[in-house]
Design a protein around this ligand. Sequence first.
Ligand code: NAP
Length: 281
Amino acid sequence: MKELRGKLIADRIKGECLDFVGKYNGILPALAVLRVGEKEDDIAYERSIKKRFVDYGLEVKDYELPANCTNEEFQEVFDFINDDPEIQGILVMRPLPAQIDEEAMLKKMNPLKDLDGITDANVAGVMRGDKHAFAPCTAQAVVEILKDYNIEMAGKRVCVIGRSMVVGKPLSMLLLKENATVTVCHSKTENIKAVASEADIVVAAIGKAKKISGGYVREDATVIDVGINVDEQGNLCGDCDWDQIVLKASAATPVPGGVGTVTTAVLARHLVEATKLQKNL
Ligand code: NAP
């Protein structure tokens, strides 16, 4: 079985970013990361973004608010980064605490700074297949991996398990654009094993450690594991049971080292694209 590792793809995207920064000397694309509270996962993600962006020649500006901040305090910081011409991209760590009016934030967010495709303008753009729309980075990362490893999508049956707004739904649109025949499964789908084991490509995005066993995958299928979970031993693992998948699939993404690695690189590429759009380059 072939391991579909993300590092080479991330390195290629790093090259694109460094080329941009080298070509437009004096323009330093900047991402604002807005975090409310001290959730461990958010802090870890923020740290990995910072480390990667420094390598890619890009800037990250942190904006942190306490978990008990008021909606007014949050909106004030958000308005500042949304309007600041020195910031070309915004990543808001979500979900936000209940007191924050997320809808109000989404309505005013500049779609050109919306690198993770959460505004209505980008959701609609992805639906239409608009090449300038920003798709959520994880969904885009799945397509990047399939393209980069020359795994045919056109005419193939793809089963996406999970229908969230950050992965399953936008990914189904991106796959349709690639002319795949897409089935989306979720927690109410009956007999997912039967549906998934018909597919040429299975994408697992459910957030359940090792739930997708060999029984979900037909011989020689490709498996993309989006999940990031912690198993009973405290180790990072995906939504797929890797030990079983390797016996059935022809190719699969590892966790860690697969989709997550490419997701952060796609975020970096989106920042460069956003900078070009905002500065008419
Ligand atoms: P989410 O918002 O919790 O959505 C999970 C989806 O999976 C829902 O649509 C849910 O169905 C479905 N689901 C849950 N249990 C299921 C089951 N037993 N059978 C079938 N469907 C089931 O999660 P998410 O944000 O999409 O994230 C999914 C996973 O990807 C998580 O492990 C997350 O950590 C990971 N992730 C990774 C990256 C990355 O960069 N690699 C980025 C984002 C997320 P219903 O809609 O019916 O509830």
